[in-house]
Ligand binder design. Structure first.
Ligand code: HEM
Length: 177
């Protein structure tokens, strides 16, 4: 396996996903034991496609989302302590950036689920209670909503936000189970 370099990553972020690519991954979801959860949050292939279509916009603003996120988290002393005990803000910003770009990759399939499961386990191991983990999504969702409203016409912003909220729910469900 070869690690993608920074430049390649940037290029991939700017390229829109083709719909056949999205379909291949989405089919994995429907044939997995997560099928019920996918239909429970009504995460459709169109949602995944819609999210993939805003990848360049996300790439442009991901830094801002990540900064707002850790500024807010860092203000809560017990969360700050967990961060300092286990990692550094720089490292965590890097992993959250990758996490967010994964949501708009169009590659929501079997491996995506495994990645979410691992993230859930990591937070469990560091003793972060689910109420904090779940609450933290509000910070991300608020910032994403701001960005979408700034950048897109209201109807498009609303549709994308709805798709994003569904995928957040799906991710949360996998992480905390
Ligand atoms: C690690 C995402 C909330 C503290 C991580 C990783 C990701 C991530 C992707 C890397 C996991 C890996 O190593 O594979 C998220 C998301 C959150 C969230 C999506 C909620 C929306 C929080 C909160 C804290 C936190 C509220 C507060 C303390 C940490 C720490 C690690 C970590 C300390 C590093 C653990 C280690 O490497 O031992 N997070 N996180 N996270 N997160 Fe979070």
């Amino acid at each position: 396996f070869r690690k993608k370099n920074q430049k390649e990553n940037e290029d991939t972020n700017l390229r829109p996903s083709t719909s056949s690519h999205v379909t291949t991954y989405y089919r994995q979801l429907l044939s997995s034991d997560r099928k019920q959860q996918v239909s429970f949050v009504r995460l459709t292939e169109e949602d995944v496609q819609r999210l993939a279509s805003i990848r360049p916009l996300f790439a442009k603003h991901v830094e801002r989302i990540v900064n707002v996120f850790y500024n807010q988290i860092g203000q809560i002393p017990n969360l700050r302590r967990i961060i300092d005990n286990h990692s550094t803000l720089d490292r965590l910003k890097q992993t959250l950036r990758a996490y967010l770009m994964d949501m708009v990759s169009g590659e929501i399939g079997e491996q995506y689920i495994i990645r979410r499961k691992v993230i859930g386990n990591v937070h469990n191991r560091i003793g972060l209670f689910p109420e904090w983990y779940l609450g933290a999504y509000t910070i991300i969702q608020n910032e994403v909503l701001h960005i979408l409203m700034e950048e897109l016409p209201p109807t498009e912003a609303t549709n994308i936000y709805r798709s994003f909220a569904k995928l957040c729910s799906f991710d949360m469900q996998i992480a905390i189970e």
